[in-house]
Design a protein around this ligand. Sequence first.
Ligand code: UDP
Length: 310
Amino acid sequence: MRIVVSGGAGFLGSHLCERFLNEGHEVICIDNLLTGDRNNVAPFLKSSKFQFLELDVSKQVLLDGPIDSILHFASPASPVDYARLPIPTLKVGALGTHNMLGLAKAHRAKFLLASTSEVYGDPLVSPQKESYWGNVNPIGPRGVYDEAKRFAEAITMAYHREHNLDTRIVRIFNTYGPRMKLSDGRLIPNMLVQHIRGELLTIYGDGKQTRSFCYVDDLVEGIVRLMKSDHSDPMNIGNPEERTILDFIRVLEEIVGKKMPVAYKPLPTDDPKVRCPDIAKARTLLGWEPRVPLKDGLQRTFEDFRSRIH
Ligand code: UDP
């Protein structure tokens, strides 16, 4: 197959490119390197089956030749990044998704949208099922990402219904692993970098808010299964093991074998108080569930971070 991955030089995009190359497919990676990193795909460039195009998918993209699938992962995804890049975030979620859908329609390619648990906002029900409509502040600092992804879901379903496009929507919950940017700003990269540099671990708020962390290989497996399925409705993919930030630090302490000093900082505006996926749909329809325990995934991620910090 010939597969396009937008945002292919990013954290998740590069893991997808790698998986498809390992399966023998041809991969066209598109990235404008706004938050992606050329180093993430540098090892793939020696493969004749890999092509890297430095382009902004918020502008029209034309490609020659057959395309079987398009996975649209281009977007800033860390709250720190989308707070810093509000307009590019809105544009890539809206215009970028429109352009990638147009490309899929022109080539009659299968299209997968990387959506997010952020469509549920600061949820009033937990765990979140796909049928929950969410609790999003449209004009808050996270609105630029949340609403762009909600629009992206709406336009994906419109192309599915109006143009009979074969589409998938994955709602990705917190995911971590090797290749996350050191300056990513999300919990796991922040804490690994802080620990390695001997700094205090920053806890926002009282640390009692919850998240659930999925290792990248589990997420990629879920996405591959969703692509192969025929389910066009949104599908949660994430790890349902919910923990507080304070609990998370305890797991990290077990790995490094010592207690870690912390500093409390104010909770960012609209930071969701709870987040946990209901993955019954993925379990039943895809036979998927996460396999990598947090401790193992964190250990692998820690080693990757240590190798990049000198
Ligand atoms: N967080 C924290 N310290 C940090 C970074 C994040 O306590 O250095 C908290 C943040 O307030 C949130 C949770 O960890 O409640 C997860 O934040 P992240 O930025 O990873 O992504 P989010 O799940 O909010 O999109």
